[in-house]
Structures are given as structure tokens and as C-alpha cells.
Write a protein that binds this ligand. Structure first.
Ligand code: APR
Length: 192
């Protein structure tokens, strides 16, 4: 690679728990507009962070679908939590545009905070019902599109709860290919 090549953003797809990602600066919470705890990702994040997270986040609510806000990470092993509200599939339209907006706003906030790394869950694919394969395509396309313009973020990790979802995300990433100011890296969490 030549010296003048743009810095690359590494994208990883791993299976794991978003609340146990100690080597990233920020984790993204798949939130509701009121930023209260919930099931899935929000439950795991708020449980691990403790009540201080909601106390800090509550004054920032309501958050519009497709938007995001950033707080401290409290009891989590990260510096920040970025709370984003994904679309409820079949209700909030345009679904792909809103999901892309979530990813974009999270990356913007991470970059503004000068963070080097951020971990995303599969936003909207649980309680909010977004089909995983479609969500993977939209989320990855958005990260790949924005990667060349990021000043600080150099690592984006998608943390998938099931091995099946990890494969879907990995395949979607492979389909996009590599080499446009980004680099794809996959890691098997079980191999360390
Ligand atoms: N780590 C990573 N991924 C997880 C975890 C976890 N600990 N727990 C669940 N997931 C996966 C789910 O399997 C799903 O694929 O994250 C994806 C997103 O699921 P949800 O957390 O249900 O998020 P979402 O679909 O965006 O719904 C948001 O759920 O918890 C409530 O308050 C929240 O109302 C909001 C809604």
C-alpha cells in the first residue's frame, strides 16, 4: 500500500455480547425513543452499565427514529454508549433509510468524540423485527460508504448474538468486497 493511501477502516463481524466488548471505545445500544432499558441489547447494556446510564440518558430523550445520542458508559468497560433508535419494521418508513440513518448518526457521533473503535449490534433485528439479511446489507453499505470520510474511527465491529446472524453479516460483507478505503477482517471470537 502506498504512503498516500487513505487510512483504512477495519470492519469485523463477530459473534458475542455487545455488553462484553472491552477493547472498543463505544458500544451502540439498540434503544427505544425514551432510552429506557428493554430486552435484548438494551437490557444487556443497561444491566451491565447500571442505573447511572439511564440517569444520564433520560434528559436526552426522546430520540427520533434514525437518530442517536451519546453518553458515558458507566459500569461498561467502554468509554461511551451511543444510543440509537432503529425503525420498527413494517411501521417506520422508509425502513432502509432510517436504519442507514442510525448507522450514519452513530458513526458521526463516534468520530466527533474522536473515538477509534465502535461496536454495533444488529440494530432493529430483534424486537423491532427487521429481517437480518436486509439489515446486514443496509448497515454494512452505510459503514462502507462513510468509512473514507471518517477522521478518527478506524475499527467498526458488528457484534452478532447468534452464529447464524454472524454468518449473514460476514457474507454480506464479503459480497461488498474490499479495497475502497476500508478493509474487512473477520475474527472467530472462540479463537480469541
Ligand atoms: N449482544 C448483541 N446482540 C444482542 C444481544 C446482546 N447482548 N442481545 C440480543 N441481541 C441481538 C438480537 O438477537 C437482535 O438480532 O441484537 C439484535 C437487536 O435486537 P434488540 O435488542 O431487540 O433491538 P431492536 O430490534 O432494535 O429493538 C429495540 O428493543 O430492548 C428493546 O428498548 C429496546 O424498544 C427497544 C427495542
Amino acid at each position: 500500500m502506498s504512503m498516500s493511501a487513505p487510512p483504512r477502516v477495519v470492519i469485523e463481524c463477530v459473534r458475542g455480547d455487545i455488553a462484553v466488548q472491552p477493547d472498543v471505545d463505544a458500544v451502540v445500544c439498540a434503544a427505544n425513543p425514551h432510552l429506557t432499558t428493554g430486552a435484548g441489547v438494551a437490557g444487556a447494556i443497561h444491566r451491565a452499565a447500571g442505573p447511572g446510564l439511564y440517569r444520564e440518558a433520560a434528559p436526552l430523550a426522546p430520540v427520533r427514529t434514525g437518530d442517536a445520542v451519546i453518553t458515558g458508559a458507566h459500569g461498561l468497560p467502554n468509554r461511551h454508549v451511543i444510543h440509537t433508535v432503529g425503525p420498527v419494521y413494517g411501521r417506520d418508513e422508509p425502513a432502509a433509510g432510517l436504519l442507514a440513518s442510525c448507522c450514519r448518526r452513530c458513526l458521526e457521533l463516534a468520530d466527533q468524540a474522536r473515538l477509534e473503535s465502535v461496536a454495533f449490534p444488529a440494530i432493529s433485528t430483534g424486537v423491532y423485527g427487521y429481517p437480518v439479511a436486509e439489515a446486514a446489507r443496509v448497515s454494512l453499505a452505510t459503514v462502507l460508504e462513510l468509512a473514507p470520510g471518517l477522521h478518527h474511527v478506524r475499527r467498526v465491529r458488528f457484534v452478532l448474538w447468534s452464529e447464524e446472524d454472524r454468518k449473514v453479516f460476514s457474507r454480506a460483507l464479503e459480497e461488498r468486497g474490499t479495497g475502497v478505503g476500508h478493509e474487512a477482517a473477520r475474527r472467530d471470537p472462540e479463537s480469541g
